[in-house]
Structure formats: structure tokens, C-alpha cells
Design a protein around this ligand. Structure first.
Ligand SMILES: Cc1cc2nc3c(=O)[nH]c(=O)nc-3n(C[C@H](O)[C@H](O)[C@H](O)COP(=O)(O)OP(=O)(O)OC[C@H]3O[C@@H](n4cnc5c(N)ncnc54)[C@H](O)[C@@H]3O)c2cc1C
Length: 490
């Protein structure tokens, strides 16, 4: 069998010569990897980053660039929003559960203000402007918005709403190209280079190298198919991303998003998880997924979302990712958006980063009964939903799902429906179980010596739910920790 055709660890005494050496070897040059590299270098280590593609960036550089931070960051305060670490913790515990790692959430919230200052100190720019309308992202380069349903039911009754989606300032914003994620990664990659972090591109992790004692001593990688043995004197940091593109793993652990990977990249093939599993690493929340609903929130908020039986199930003024999860995980991926003509016209006049999704409804009708029949819903299914919704909406209320008064309006006629069945996709959130020092934990609960991890190769602050910015947030936060821990040999 070829030396690189297995994920089983290679015994260190079988390595005859090391091709490359460093104190700390970071695998993956995305958000977690770059932050690990910077901090390991600052802690005095000689750092080498191995990256599978031809340059730094990963999914992070293609991303929208939300970083979930709060507790009273300088940007929140400048823009007039009050927040505390305790308030943020209340929200995240409720919104990212059930089953969150409480110690991690507490730690993350306590360190959030300092982490924002650190990003700014590395040269990441944030524009002091708030975007307050529904959307996945602001239409321009605004630096702050609600990104997790903080100001919508049920969370607005659990914690004081505060916007925590911090966005690196963009230049000439174009979707999928040099967005906030690129503007986050560029200064960080530049900083790593300035500090003397070394890198090798087109080098792909295959296996870990392990000493008799169980300590991780390096990795086996390949470059253009040829094996490379890389020694890590102090530690290896895994920062290779999620398993969203490993179809077999997705089928096994998170089958509902099988065949629908979005907001991810093909390099997220789960290798970091597998090489650590082969050493006895513990996993957490492998079924957790981010799920996006492919629809413009400015349109959704002005209508009602119904399931395959014509019933409402989620408030339409919440975070679109929460709606996506509700559709895919609770409603068998069946959803329709019902909206009347006047509301649709108002939506089309609003600003959005997703205006390109503004097409004509799938069905239009003069009456609700006619629409219901065109959609082939059971007789009176939609009619009773709209009758009940309108009854309360006439008073500006939504007693069932708690949609905010400003968005509650009776559905009039003529009206239409968008067929959103199957309009979801996402990425995986589960992975290696790590402690607050980003040490990879063995199934016994003890750290695996010499092995650290951060980013979507790990289970971070999300367990069940999600808020935009949590991936770049915990990836950068625990990436830094991983770098320090590896350099100090914790
Ligand atoms: C369009 C889009 C929008 C998004 N928007 C947001 C957002 O606004 N906020 C947010 O928090 N998240 C967002 N995400 C998700 C976020 O980008 C990722 O979850 C995040 O980048 C994960 O960080 P990471 O460091 O684990 O992975 P990455 O940033 O992807 O870095 C992993 C790196 O490891 C490399 N690698 C993989 N395998 C190997 C190997 N075998 N050997 C060597 N190197 C390897 C990869 O090539 C990559 O460079 C978005 C993603 C996309 C694609």
C-alpha cells in the first residue's frame, strides 16, 4: 500500500529523513490557520504552514466575512449599541444549542472584545456604519448588523438584542469575489508573512506522524503526489476546514444536507478529522449544520413562510439561517413563501445584497382559494392559515410566532407564492472535540500530546443552531489559542 493511502498514523521511527522541519506546523492557510500561525510566531516559534491549494485564503477568503463578536466591542459602542459578555452568552447559549459547550461559549464571550481589538490591530478594517434591515449581508460595506435573529422571537425575550455580525470593510464589493472574507484574510496573511511565518503551497496533509509515547511529531503530506515528511518539534495545528465536501461522511453524520453543500469549498473533505480520529480523537456535534434558505430576506419578511401543509412554522423576521434550518431540519425541506402584490413591490424597492434573486413568484392568483388550488395544497389549508394570520395581523400581532409588529400586515390580494421546496444548502459544524487551549481531546478526555486544532475541523461554539459569523469567529479566536498552545507545548 502506498505510504499515503491511509489515514493511520505513521510511527516516527519509520521516518528515515525529514523533508521539512519547524517548531509548529500549521495545516491549512484559511482563517484558523492564519491566526494560529501569527500567534505561534509571536510566542517565539518557528512556524511553517502547509496549504493544499496554491495560496492562502480557504473558504474564509470567499466568505461574506461576518465575524460574530460582542460584549461591547469598540464598533458596537461607537454605533450606540450596548452589550455585555453575559448578555451575549445568554443569546449564544440559546441560539446555538441545544447542547452547546458551555465553557467554550463563556470563554468566547469573555474574550470577544479583546479579539475584536486584536483583529483591528492586525489591520482588519471595519467601517463604522450599521445596517439595520433584513438580509444575509449588508448591500454595501457597512460594518455591523444583526446576524443571528437577536432582535426576533424567541431570542429578543431571552437576551437584550444587540447586533454582533462584524464585517471587514470591502472594496468594490462583488458577490463571491473579494468580499468581507477576503478583506479579513488579506491583512492577516500579510501580517503572518511580516512576522516570518513560512509557507509551502500545493502540499496536502495525508497522515500524522506519532512517537511511541503517543506524541504527534509531524505529518506526512504529498506535493504533486510525492510524499513529504514534515517534522513539528512542538506541535501540529489542524486547520483544514469542515467535512462538508466528504459525501460519505456527510451521509453518515449529517444526512439532511447530503448533496447540498453551500458556503464551503471542495478542500473541506474532512481529512483533519479523519487523521485525528485515527489517533483516538473525540468528536462532537457531527450532525450540526449551518443551513441557508436561498431567498431574499427582504422579500421573505414581507410575506409568510408556510410548509408543505400550508402552515406557518417560523417567524419570517428572524435570521435567514434559522429559517433555513427550520425548513430543512423540521419541515422536510418543504416551504413556500406567500406574499401579496403590494408587499412584493415594497420588497423589490428595498436594498439587498441578494436582489438578483428577485424573480416573479412561481404562482400568482386573484384569491387565496385560487392560489391554494394552483399550489395543489389540500382545500382550505392555505385559506385557514391566511385567515387566522390576517385576523391577528389586523391588530399588528402575531401571537403564534411573535413576528415583530413592524412586519406584521394582513396578506391581501392579488397575491403569489414562491416554491422554495429544496431551496436550502449548508455546511457542517461538527468536528474534533477540543478544549479551551485548542488541544485535541482523546476519547479518554485527555489531550493528545502535540495535536491542536481550530476552525471547522473542530466542533466550536455551535451545537445545533447557528448565527452568521460564528465560523470565522470561533475559527479565528481558537486559531489564536491553538498557535499559542502549540508554541508553548501546552
Ligand atoms: C460564500 C461563503 C460565505 C461564507 N460566509 C461566512 C460568514 O459571513 N461568516 C462566517 O463565519 N463564515 C462564513 N462562511 C464559512 C467560513 O468561511 C468557513 O466556515 C471558515 O472559513 C472555516 O474556517 P477554517 O479555517 O476551518 O477553514 P478555511 O478558511 O476554509 O481554511 C482551511 C484551509 O485548509 C486547506 N486544506 C484543506 N485540506 C488540506 C490538506 N489536506 N492539506 C493542507 N491544507 C488543506 C484549505 O485549502 C483551506 O485553505 C462562508 C463560506 C463561504 C464559502
Amino acid at each position: 500500500m502506498a505510504e499515503t493511502a491511509t489515514v493511520r498514523p505513521l510511527p516516527a521511527d519509520e521516518v528515515t529523513a525529514w523533508d521539512l522541519e519547524a517548531d509548529v506546523v500549521v495545516i491549512g492557510f484559511g482563517i484558523a490557520g492564519v491566526c494560529a500561525a501569527i500567534e505561534a510566531r509571536r510566542a517565539g516559534a518557528d512556524v511553517l504552514v502547509l496549504e493544499r491549494t496554491g495560496g492562502w485564503g480557504g473558504a474564509a477568503a470567499m466568505s461574506g466575512g461576518f465575524i460574530y463578536l460582542g460584549g461591547g466591542t469598540a464598533l458596537q459602542r461607537t454605533l450606540g449599541f450596548e452589550d455585555t459578555a453575559e448578555n451575549m452568552e445568554k443569546f449564544l447559549t440559546a441560539a446555538l444549542g441545544p447542547g452547546v459547550d458551555e465553557a467554550k461559549i463563556h470563554d468566547y464571550c469573555q474574550g470577544s472584545v479583546e479579539h475584536f481589538d486584536w483583529l483591528v490591530a492586525q489591520g482588519v478594517p471595519f467601517k463604522e456604519e450599521f445596517w439595520g434591515e433584513p438580509g444575509y449581508e449588508p448591500p454595501g460595506d457597512q460594518g455591523l448588523m444583526y446576524s443571528g435573529g437577536e432582535n426576533a422571537a424567541p431570542f429578543n425575550a431571552i437576551a437584550d438584542p444587540a447586533p454582533r455580525g462584524h464585517l471587514a470593510r470591502t472594496r468594490d464589493k462583488k458577490l463571491g469575489e473579494k468580499g468581507g472574507g477576503y478583506m479579513l484574510m488579506e491583512p492577516l496573511a500579510h501580517q503572518a508573512e511580516e512576522l516570518g511565518v513560512r509557507h509551502e503551497y500545493d502540499v496536502r496533509l495525508r497522515r500524522l506522524v506519532v512517537e511511541d509515547s503517543g506524541r504527534v511529531a509531524g505529518v506526512v503530506a504529498t506535493r504533486y503526489g510525492k510524499p513529504l515528511h514534515v517534522r513539528a518539534a512542538r506541535g501540529v495545528v489542524l486547520a483544514t476546514g469542515s467535512f462538508a465536501y466528504n459525501h460519505e461522511m456527510v451521509e453518515r453524520f449529517a444526512p439532511r444536507i447530503h448533496g447540498r453543500p453551500t458556503a464551503t469549498v471542495e478542500e473541506h473533505d474532512g481529512i483533519g478529522i479523519r487523521v485525528a480520529q485515527a489517533l483516538g480523537a473525540e468528536l462532537a456535534h457531527m450532525d450540526a449544520t449551518e443551513v441557508a434558505l436561498v431567498a431574499d430576506p427582504q422579500v421573505v419578511v414581507r410575506g409568510i413562510l408556510v410548509n408543505g401543509r400550508g402552515q406557518r412554522f417560523v417567524t419570517e423576521d428572524t435570521y435567514a439561517g434559522r429559517m433555513g434550518q427550520a425548513v430543512l431540519l423540521d419541515q422536510e425541506n418543504q416551504a413556500y413563501l406567500i406574499i401579496d402584490e403590494a408587499a412584493l413591490e415594497a420588497a423589490f424597492e428595498s436594498q439587498s445584497s441578494l436582489a438578483f434573486l428577485r424573480t416573479a413568484p412561481t404562482w400568482v392568483a386573484e384569491t387565496v382559494a385560487e392560489l391554494e388550488s394552483e399550489m395543489k395544497l389540500p382545500e382550505r389549508a392555505l385559506q385557514s392559515t391566511i385567515e387566522l394570520y390576517n385576523h391577528h395581523a389586523a391588530q399588528g400581532e402575531d401571537p403564534f410566532l411573535g413576528k415583530k409588529r413592524e412586519w406584521v400586515k394582513p396578506i391581501g390580494t392579488p397575491l403569489g407564492a414562491y416554491d422554495l421546496r429544496g431551496y436550502t444548502g449548508g455546511f457542517t459544524l461538527g468536528g474534533l472535540r477540543t478544549d479551551l487551549d485548542s488541544r485535541v481531546l482523546h476519547v479518554s478526555g485527555e489531550p493528545i500530546p502535540g495535536l491542536y486544532a481550530a476552525g471547522r475541523v473542530t466542533s466550536g461554539i455551535c451545537a445545533g443552531g447557528y448565527a452568521s459569523g460564528c465560523s470565522l469567529g470561533d475559527g479565528s479566536f481558537y486559531g489564536r489559542r491553538a498557535g499559542v498552545s502549540a508554541a508553548e507545548g501546552k
